[in-house]
Design a protein around this ligand. Structure first.
Ligand code: PLP
Ligand code: COI
Length: 336
């Protein structure tokens, strides 16, 4: 396999069309056999449920080249499970979890030439997604759906690479109590677009959302969960309205089992953020991006950026993902 001739180190987080994607269609109550295709466009009714009522959900994961030249991906079974949860919440048919993992593996294998080399700082971002595809005009779920997986090589999510971020406490809310904040619905991101454009215009990298019921607790950002460090303890919000990040769940285990840290998953009042020494945003795209500053209406809380704990968490997690450090059982899916 000859790798594509790309300047991997200068990739940002953008879409690059790769050679193959996986497609399966749901009709008359069943998923078809599914296959790889080179067709990168989708044609459907102007009245498709996804276009009118945003019936869509997605996942995000990455494939890496390890030091010894294998291609692997990280905990795809958890993405399969989370997508199944999203589908149930959005009245979409679950794409069977074992088939989800197979579709991811097939897509990555077919695009092996697009997997960035070890040490390049880039990875292959994988985007499984599903949408309601038939014409629906009354407000109700679609009856036909498409599940797709594409892959695209990416670099760092935040502009400027991994320099410490400046984030703000948002005046907008992300997720309602008993809403869809805990699943990966496209609609959660549609409603964050106004807020992220506004944040960028004001010079911030991201929005930190508060719980919308009381606006007193830290929740997460538009595209990542948040973690804080206090002494030898990793502290991360517990809430029924945040996305259960696979990166965050993995970091919790890394902190406990690899770094000997204490972990607290609990409500974090906004008034507590000055008591932490380090802060990071974590997610597939964000990996662990250090936060340098949280700004709350002019009041600045400053953190160590790549402080010692965030650095250790970053090194250990990426070491596990890229095969430099032994992984817990079942975390690494070898693709080839
Ligand atoms: N929170 C939000 C809102 C996200 O979009 C993401 C990205 O997937 C995450 C958290 C991080 O989740 P994960 O670590 O599973 O990628
Ligand atoms: C991911 O990290 O995979 C996400 O889906 C976040 C998105 C904002 C790119």
């Amino acid at each position: 396999m000859e790798r594509k001739n790309i300047d991997w180190g200068s990739l940002g987080f953008g879409y690059v069309q790769t050679d193959y994607r996986y497609v399966s269609n749901y009709k008359d109550g069943a998923w078809d056999a599914g296959c790889l295709t080179d067709q990168a466009t989708v044609t459907m009714s102007e009245c498709a449920c996804v276009l009118q009522y945003a019936q869509t959900c997605f996942e995000g994961m990455k494939a890496y080249t390890t030091q010894d030249g294998r291609i692997v991906c990280f905990r795809p079974d958890l993405n399969a499970k989370r997508m199944a949860d999203s589908c149930r919440r959005l009245k979409m048919p679950v794409f069977p979890e074992d088939r989800f993992v197979e579709a991811v593996v097939e897509t990555v294998r077919a695009n092996a030439a697009w997997v960035p080399p070890f040490g390049s700082g880039a990875s292959l971002y994988i985007r499984p997604f599903m949408f309601g595809s038939d014409a629906i005009i009354g407000v109700k779920p679609a009856t036909e759906f498409q599940f797709r997986v594409f892959a695209t090589p990416v670099g760092p999510y935040f502009k400027g690479g991994i320099k410490p971020l400046t984030v703000r406490i948002s005046d907008f809310d992300r997720a309602a109590p008993r809403g869809t904040g805990h699943v990966k619905a496209g609609l959660n991101y549609a409603m964050s677009l106004y807020a992220i454009v506004d944040a960028h215009e004001q010079g911030y990298d991201e929005n930190v959302y508060l719980d919308s019921a009381t606006r007193t607790y830290i929740e997460e950002t538009g595209g990542a969960n948040i973690v804080f460090v206090k002494g030898n303890t990793l502290v991360t919000p517990k809430s029924s309205t945040i996305l259960p990040s696979i990166t965050r769940r993995s970091l919790v285990q890394v902190a406990k089992d690899y770094l000997g840290m204490e972990v607290e998953e609990r409500e974090i009042p906004l008034t507590e953020i000055g008591e932490f020494t380090e802060c990071g945003l974590c997610g597939t795209a964000a990996v662990i991006s250090p936060v340098g500053k949280i700004v709350d209406h002019g009041k600045e809380t400053v953190y160590a950026g790549f402080g010692p704990t965030i650095q250790k968490l970053y090194d250990t997690l990426t070491g596990i993902q890229m095969g430099r450090i032994p992984a817990p059982e079942g975390w690494i899916q070898v693709i080839e």
